[in-house]
Design a protein around this ligand. Structure first.
Ligand code: DC
Length: 225
């Protein structure tokens, strides 16, 4: 890990390529990649497993008091999520968990509960952290803030190809609808809505290949650092 500690915040809507790009950028820079969506997804999965209605705020709060969420890094350097001791890294990627994660993330106490866990990661080492409110709320002092976006159609197409590759294909129009609904919910919630920080650099990756976006991201980061 690098000696001087710095933080790079990457925010933006779902499917903009934040996690793939941030992971590759972390490798190129020799720093840690923190995927904060995975933490919200773990809460979403828990709600599903325990049969709790995600809109039932008191029930979700009660649940949070009784669960243990842990974020660990394997020898391969990849982030793994544990829910009450069980590795849920793969389970949290199910499409239905995405919807539940978005719903529980609109609850203020859920966000408060997860805030310290995220900040703690950045205190200990240089990080590139992705999410929806990293530059605005979690790490407002981050040295570099990027708002990564792409058109809804482009994002739905990427998700479509990704699910096809994983052997779990889904209808394109359905994916586009889900992305638009999720955008609307993430942007319009009352706490920590998705929006660029005032000092964020906006990178629009519509039509880019992965390599083009990564080159652009690394160039932007290096210029800022
Ligand atoms: O990045 P993702 O798709 O894995 O995130 C899942 C959901 O979690 C997303 O709909 C919004 C929420 N989220 C959030 O509210 N704040 C973050 N920092 C990260 C994710």
């Amino acid at each position: 890990m690098s000696e001087k500690r710095y933080a790079i915040a990457i925010d933006g809507p779902s499917g903009a390529g934040k996690s793939t790009l941030a992971r590759a950028a972390a490798k190129a820079l020799g720093i840690l990649y923190v995927d904060t969506g995975a933490i919200y997804r773990t809460v979403g999965l828990c709600v599903r497993q325990r049969g709790v209605e995600p809109a039932d705020q008191p029930a979700v709060e009660a649940l949070l008091r009784n669960i243990h969420i842990e974020m660990c890094y394997g020898e391969d350097g990849l982030q793994r999520m544990f829910l009450c001791g069980t590795d849920v890294t793969d389970a949290i990627r199910l499409p239905e968990v995405s919807v539940l994660a978005s719903k529980v993330s609109a609850i203020p106490s859920v966000r408060d509960f997860l805030l310290e866990m995220q900040r703690d990661m950045a205190r200990r080492q240089s990080v590139i952290m992705d999410g929806r409110d990293i530059g605005t709320v979690v790490l407002p002092e981050a040295e570099v803030k990027i708002y990564l976006t792409a058109s809804p159609e482009d994002r739905a197409r990427r998700r479509y190809l990704e699910l096809q590759r994983r052997g779990t294909p889904q209808d394109f129009d359905q994916l586009l609808r889900e992305i638009e609904e999720r955008d609307l919910r993430d942007k319009n919630r009352s706490v920590s809505p998705l929006r660029p920080a005032e000092d964020a650099i906006i990178l629009d990756t519509t039509g880019n290949t992965f390599e083009q976006s990564l080159t652009l991201l690394l160039k932007t980061v290096r210029e800022r650092l």
